[in-house]
Design a protein around this ligand. Structure first.
Ligand code: HAS
Ligand code: HEM
Ligand code: CU
Length: 573
């Protein structure tokens, strides 16, 4: 363990042991369900990497029997990893943290009901996914049509996340009433702001699925407008990436410095970052639609500009979390311009997972800015470059951070112990190396126009043999093998931990790893700085966010609804 230089902040004690046990249990259920989804989803990934490595394994009978087709496997991979793993992990993580941080009691029946409903939605959607009735990829663009059960299950799953929003926001409002004049503690603040952002973000997909796709898949209406559906999808679909990464930021700001033996830099700055995400995450989705007709260039350019703005709070995060790591390393004797990095606890997988995730995000974020530039978009859109981009954002920045968090969170929740730090470290480092190699191979292939979502390995060499892509193809194949090894190591450690017996009191053996702040926000609003006071009224800021998104999407959608063109569904056969 890293020697403590700064004192740890304590969360309010919970005197009711049965209540605390139940709160921890429901959190554990969310986290374990998340990792079960990731386990299945991730095992499919290396097969796809082999595909982009020029090796077609989809004619092997066992693969065919298990996955059906390349596209059925890809649909499962995208849904389980990007939609199910993330949502379940985040729902547990961002329920537990604010409740503990505020020291509030919540209604545990409601919390369990929400978990059960979310799982029910997942199971409903899983049936058509597994039987071939929802081979739609994780974006399920119409007019491709799947079984109604898929859309209904998805709606229930997303709807359940809104129940978590309700419970967390309500808990925060109760805390505000009971503690007038107090500044919301940082972790609770970040969690509430993220949930509020998600409440605005999810409206697009909720309207799409509930109002358009469910009636259409049930045959109640004759058609659906693909452009309206796609636009509503990206209303949610871009902002969802911040729903995936902000829970990781919570850890980078509040807990990672502590793992390094240091401090959070500035609580007021951190609050500003989350408020900017609340306001600006959603009205940028048209950067996924530069190639679409019937959206004017004016609106494409406005969304492009807003996309560049929303990179700013991530840049603030990079410098501020980077500074907190430097502060920690120098406090422990680090020297030199870069030499200080050697003093960081690289052998601690909880720490290294998250910092490696951040390093991957430097490249992922830079690539995102390329994607967002309408001038470059034509080169990279729909090519292998894009999966290259998002495996070092959601596939590493988010996933590797969550993998690292689980290594302390599960001991904290269950009193079990991490069986082997060495194996955990190996799994974390191989994930990072594998994903960086994967990203290199895929970005590189994309620049030569190799398409994404394509079974290129079965397309015949004629299609690609004029391209100088032998090296990136090879790199992609190798990365798939490294990542398979990494996943096996990680899940071995995780499942061994989960299946072992309780040995510790999680509260004392593995407390929530709070960091002290160099510049705290203070406790009382009356004496707090301007920035703290300006960021405290999250309810009002939430309304501003809603108005902003209506302004930035209203005219675009109004024109589409005025020119609606319904088309019937296409089914795979
Ligand atoms: Fe993206 C497509 C633009 C961020 C995920 N993105 C995708 C898709 C996914 C995805 C899944 O504009 C594919 C969707 C599909 O299937 O079609 N993305 C951006 C931009 C950002 C961005 C501008 N993306 C993310 C995040 C994701 C994610 C976050 C998931 C978690 N993306 C796009 C665009 C497309 C797109 C276009 C459509 C492309 C197309 O044509 O289809 C920005 O938010 C990025 C800002 C980030 C930074 C980096 C900050 C760095 C940090 C780490 C610092 C590290 C330190 C460590 C300090 C500016 C915070 C130091 C350590 C030491 C030891 C020294
Ligand atoms: C797609 C490989 C882990 C999310 C892909 C593709 C490859 C791949 C090659 C592109 C397929 C195509 O466009 O035809 C891998 C490997 C992994 C891995 C080798 C690690 C073992 C993950 C993780 C996540 C993720 C952890 C998210 C948490 C996605 C998504 C897609 C995708 C959302 C897009 C699906 C679609 O186009 O509909 N993966 N992946 N992957 N992957 Fe992964
Ligand atoms: Cu986006």
């Amino acid at each position: 363990a890293t020697p403590l230089i700064y004192p740890i902040r304590e969360v309010p004690a919970v005197s009711d042991a049965a209540y605390l046990a139940s709160l921890k249990k429901v959190t554990q259920y969310y986290i374990v369900t998340a990792f079960l989804a990731l386990f299945i989803g991730v095992l499919i990934g290396p097969l796809q990497a082999l595909n982009y490595g020029g090796v077609n394994v989809y004619d092997i009978p066992i693969v065919k029997a298990l996955l059906g087709s390349y596209y059925q496997g890809l649909s499962l991979h995208g849904v389980l990893n990007a939609l199910v793993f993330t949502q379940f992990f985040i729902s547990g993580w961002m329920l537990y943290l604010p409740v503990r941080d505020l020291g509030m009691r919540i209604n545990m029946r409601f919390a369990w009901f929400t978990y059960a409903l979310m799982t029910l939605g997942l199971l409903m959607a899983a049936v058509p996914l597994l039987t071939g009735g929802a081979t739609l990829l994780y974006t399920f663009y119409p007019p491709m049509q799947g079984d109604a059960l898929f859309y209904i299950g998805a709606a229930i799953m997303v709807g359940s996340s809104l129940l978590v929003v309700g419970q967390v926001v309500n808990t925060w409002l109760r805390w505000k009433r009971e503690n007038p004049g107090r500044v919301t503690p940082l972790v609770a603040f970040m969690s509430v702001a993220t949930w509020m952002m998600w409440a605005v973000a999810s409206l697009g997909i909720v309207v799409e699925v509930v109002a358009l796709l469910i009636p259409w898949s049930l045959g109640l209406v004759g058609g659906v407008d693909p452009l309206i559906s796609k636009t509503l999808f990206w209303w949610t679909g871009h902002a969802i990436v911040y729903f995936w990464v902000l829970p990781a930021y919570i850890s980078w700001y509040a807990f990672l410095p502590r793992h390094a033996g240091g401090r959070t830099v500035s609580e007021p700055l951190t609050r500003l970052v989350f408020v900017v995400f609340l306001l600006n995450s959603v009205p940028v989705g048209i950067h996924h639609q530069y190639a679409d007709p019937n959206i004017s260039n004016l609106w494409k350019n406005i969304h492009m500009f807003l996309t560049f703005l929303i990179a700013v709070p991530s840049l603030l995060t990079a410098f501020s979390v980077g500074a907190s790591l430097e502060d920690a390393a120098r406090a422990r004797g680090g020297r030199g311009l870069f030499g200080w990095t050697l003093k960081l606890p690289w052998g601690n997988a909880i720490f290294s997972a998250q910092v490696l995730a951040m390093i991957s995000f430097i490249a992922g974020g830079a690539g995102g800015i390329v994607n967002a530039s309408s001038t470059f978009s034509g080169v990279v859109h729909n090519t292998a470059w894009i999966p290259g981009h998002f495996h070092i954002t959601v596939g590493t920045a988010t996933t590797l951070t969550f993998m690292g968090i689980a290594l302390w969170l599960i001991p904290h929740l269950t009193g079990k112990r991490l069986p082997s730090m060495r194996l955990a470290s190996w799994s974390v480092w191989t994930w990072f190396i594998g994903m960086m190699v994967f990203a290199l191979g895929m970005h590189w292939q994309g620049l030569y126009g190799v398409p994404r979502r394509s079974q290129v390995s079965a397309a015949g060499v004629e299609a690609f043999n004029n391209l100088p892509i032998a090296l990136p193809t090879l790199l992609t194949a190798i990365s798939g093998v490294i990542l398979l090894v990494s996943a096996i190591l990680y899940f071995y450690v995780l499942f061994r931990m989960l299946l072992s017996g309780r040995v510790d009191n999680g509260e004392t053996a593995t407390p929530i790893p709070y960091s002290e702040a160099i510049s705290p926000a203070g406790e009382n609003l009356a004496t707090a700085g301007k920035l703290v006071r300006a960021t405290e009224p999250l309810m009002a800021l939430w309304l501003v966010a809603l108005v902003l998104v209506l302004l930035m999407y209203g005219p675009v959608l109004a024109r589409m609804f005025a020119n609606m063109q319904l088309v019937p569904g296409w089914r795979l056969y």
